[in-house]
Design a protein around this ligand. Structure first.
Ligand SMILES: Cc1cc2nc3c(=O)[nH]c(=O)nc-3n(C[C@H](O)[C@H](O)[C@H](O)COP(=O)(O)OP(=O)(O)OC[C@H]3O[C@@H](n4cnc5c(N)ncnc54)[C@H](O)[C@@H]3O)c2cc1C
Ligand code: FES
Length: 285
């Protein structure tokens, strides 16, 4: 069983948890993810590894409450145990000394870009990080990202903190000013990754995205996470999650993300009917 060692609420609907999972912590690399189950009959949900501590055998996950399982996960407390925690899954990020690189994180993608940013800096790169959210309260892990990168730029859509505007506006300015930028990584909502790729397309920089397609088994057997990359079918769980963003069929990817909307809505309704929301924010039976 996988014990929750530390829990922190980073925002009203964003939580960080350190989970005891020594085998995963032993071999995990930046860019990889895990699939967890809260209980035996629960749903399997994939989450990116936001940090790890090999010595203490711990894995950090950061998740946003978007539906039934993430809501249920948010109600667990320190000391509670998860039924399963499988990983590390997916391919690791290709970390090399490229020179100057940019990492871009949006929403919970800020947490996912963190270990990649740190590893790129440790490999000798000058890493400029841009993190963005709708407003100040949604900017998470700022201190960690500051430490992990050579330079950090924060943006908010409403201007309540950092630069006003989107991460892509800052990225375009950087690409115009600094011709030594070799590569860009971007993780966040699908639309943000798509627009980042449109921004970098006129420049000679490779753009890597981490796709969050709907997964079931996470081992390349079910086909749920299929995406089209440069006319070839790929499975995000085994061939990814990172791909060359310029080759992604974004329309198909975004359509497939919404294919279970009705079932997700129904599952949420049934869950709410059978649970009670306490004034402390915790849902109980
Ligand atoms: C490789 C990978 C890494 C991810 N990393 C993170 C992370 O670090 N933090 C985070 O907050 N979220 C992450 N996600 C998304 C996360 O898995 C979903 O938010 C979660 O599964 C939603 O479950 P739910 O029951 O709460 O919501 P639901 O109501 O079931 O779904 C809400 C939305 O979440 C997505 N989703 C639902 N089920 C799955 C599934 N089995 N696999 C993937 N997406 C699904 C769909 O877009 C859906 O519309 C990642 C997804 C993938 C594929
Ligand atoms: S999740 Fe089943 S093939 Fe990728």
């Amino acid at each position: 069983m996988y014990k929750i060692i530390q829990k922190e609420r980073l925002h009203q609907i964003i939580y960080s948890m350190w989970i005891e999972a020594p085998q995963v912590a032993q071999s995990v690399q930046p860019g990889q993810f895990i699939i967890l189950m809260i209980q035996e009959k629960g749903e399997r949900i994939p989450l990116t590894v936001a940090d790890f501590d090999r010595e203490r055998g711990l894995i950090r996950i950061v998740f946003q409450v978007v539906g039934k399982t993430t809501d249920e996960l948010s109600t667990l407390e320190e000391g509670d145990k998860l039924f399963s925690f499988i990983g590390p899954l997916g391919k690791k990020t290709e970390i090399e000394d490229y020179g100057t690189v940019v990492t871009v994180g949006g929403g919970t993608g800020i947490a996912c870009i963190h270990p990649i940013t740190r590893a790129l800096k440790e490999a000798g790169n000058k890493v400029i990080s841009i993190i963005g959210a709708r407003s100040k309260d949604l900017i998470i892990m700022e201190e960690e990202l500051k430490k992990a990168s050579s330079r950090l730029i924060v943006t908010t859509d409403d201007g309540s903190y950092g630069r006003k505007g989107f991460v892509t506006q800052v990225l375009k300015e950087l690409l115009d000013q600094d011709k030594s930028i070799k590569k860009v990584w971007t993780i966040g909502p699908a639309i943000m990754m798509k627009v980042t790729c449109e921004t970098t397309r006129p420049y000679p920089v490779e753009t890597i995205v981490s796709l969050n397609s709907i997964m079931v088994d996470g081992t390349g057997m079910c086909g749920s996470c299929r995406v089209t990359i440069g006319k070839e079918s790929k499975f995000v769980c085994t061939d990814g999650p990172e791909f060359d963003g310029q080759l992604v069929d974004w329309e198909e990817f975004m359509n497939r993300l919404t294919r279970y909307k009705l079932q997700e809505k129904r599952s949420w309704e049934i869950y709410q009917e059978h649970t009670h929301l306490c004034t402390c924010g915790r849902r109980t039976n």
